[in-house]
Ligand binder design. Sequence first.
Ligand SMILES: [Zn+2]
Length: 273
Amino acid sequence: MLVLIVTANKGLTHDRNQASARYLANEAVMVSVGSHKVLFDPFFSETFGIYQKIPDPMLSDIEAATPPYDDIDLIVISHAHADHFDATRVLAYLIAHPSTHVVGPQQAIAAIRKIQAGGKSHIQLHEVSLQIGQAAVQLQVNALTIDAVRIPHAGWPSRAEVENLVFRVSLAQGDHIFPEQITVMHMGDADADIDHFLPHRQHWQSKTTHLVFPPYWFFASAEGRDILQSVVQARQQIGVHVPVEIPMSLQQGTEDFFSQPGEVRIIDVGAAK
Ligand SMILES: [Zn+2]
């Protein structure tokens, strides 16, 4: 009977013995490992008529921190484009949930600070300021280890001014359920050119990435697949930023991708290196 109950709950609530990734929409995902939760690119206002929007009831639950969206440790912002980031919504969230931290590129954090001007609320912002080609930076937010590398936005060399960050976040180090760190990587709108990635190969290979979320165009080119295979080397990969009208190449391919808000994948948490 117990088994039946557990099975019925799968996908609806987060089991604290599990590490999972839940799709919200576009490049918005929630990663849960034990009692730790991270939201990537969760608040945005624009879909350009192409991408998924977070369904209103789900967005209300996220904003109200209704389970499973409760106790969020960290919000990660990949870059300050309107289909990934809405400063007003992020600020409103931080004011309502002051224990949640935010990390993002200087361009996004500055946008939040600008509208916060004069506000007395205590919000926890962490700004990453990186030039293209600069070595990775690392920061620690409570139990989370975060590192970031600036990789140009897709369409390089146009949009070179956009601070697009590839974030790697390690959760739950030394937990009794998860004795190893569980590490996930979010790539924002990274450009699938291996020349951007090779200088950081050593950094990314210094620890096991359990799960990476590449924008779907990485699956559509041989070079993108090569970056994932030879540089990122994650154990599991789930494509994101998938248009509502799913490209034929994804439909016919064998790569895993998120396309329905609310979809959940279990992260394989076998021993790390
Ligand atoms: Zn973008």
